[in-house]
Ligand binder design. Structure first.
Ligand SMILES: [Cu+2]
Length: 144
């Protein structure tokens, strides 16, 4: 019973459910103090019957947020800003280490483990999706 409540609680604080776009497992990577930039990861699902396009993001606790992807250039892994991320109806897209991520530049305050922070995602339709992300240490289960 307790476990169920905890699970429900963590779902509520780490994501948000809109009618059409469902964001889950939202986390912000906790880095050592003094590191100015970090990244956010989440899973975003389009349960509408129209294509949804993410074009940007912002967060009060960071100076700037950009959608990035990792790409290979001359055998080197590089990050590149993405002007949009298309999510087809019924599809979901993973923002995860080594792939798509939300780059957060210029942290305005030190983040604390377990803290819940708000991030606003912007769609091409002009909609803003505010998600709650959990500040967590980099997961050892995910590989680049
Ligand atoms: Cu990046």
């Amino acid at each position: 019973m307790l476990r169920l409540i905890v699970l429900l609680g963590s779902l509520l604080v780490t994501g948000v459910i809109y009618a059409e776009i469902i964001v889950t497992e939202a986390t912000v990577r906790l880095l050592p103090p003094g590191v100015p930039n970090t990244a956010a990861y989440f899973s975003i699902q389009n349960s509408s019957d129209t294509t949804q396009i993410l074009i940007g993001a912002s967060a009060d606790f960071a100076t700037k947020a950009e959608i990035h992807n990792h790409i290979m250039v001359n055998d080197m892994m590089r990050m590149e800003q993405q002007s949009e991320v298309v999510i087809q109806p019924g599809e979901s897209v993973q923002f995860a280490p080594g792939g798509l991520h939300l780059m957060l530049f210029g942290l305005k305050q030190p983040l604390l483990e377990g803290q819940s922070v708000a991030i606003s995602l912007q769609t091409k339709d002009g909609e803003f999706i505010v998600i709650q992300a959990n500040v967590a240490r980099p997961s050892v289960h995910k590989h680049h």
